[in-house]
Write a protein that binds this ligand. Sequence first.
Ligand code: AMP
Length: 129
Amino acid sequence: MSIFTKIINGEIPSYKIAENDHFFAFLDINPNAKGHTLVVPKKEENKLFDLSKEEYLSLMDFSYKVAKAIEKAIPCKRVGMSVIGLEVPHVHVHLIPLQGMEDIQFQKKVSLSKEELITIAKKISDCFE
Ligand code: AMP
């Protein structure tokens, strides 16, 4: 069972943003930037392009809605999207509020307190439609 499945099942705590029957969105615990969010299919699949076309398109549809909420809640130039998965073998879309290129390079990390993460998650969640 992946760490993200444990988060989805509530066995590991997370800063939840939104969920539906098939997807779960929460804050990245080691964010590139304030508001860095992960969108995960509840079905545990390793690689993005192992999803069926339908699952892939549904993941993009849910990610679109989450990105819209991030754009509303977090001041940024735009929201960037990246799929990597070298660390956690459970498909996840990174949605990152960008001020510059360094925010999508996965080198610079920001340190946020628990209280800040709670506040950010609530802000984005409140903008989710
Ligand atoms: P990657 O698999 O390379 O796309 O990276 C996995 C991402 O998951 C990293 O950005 C981690 O900070 C993030 N991550 C790992 N464990 C957790 C967790 N328990 N809660 C939130 N994010 C996590």
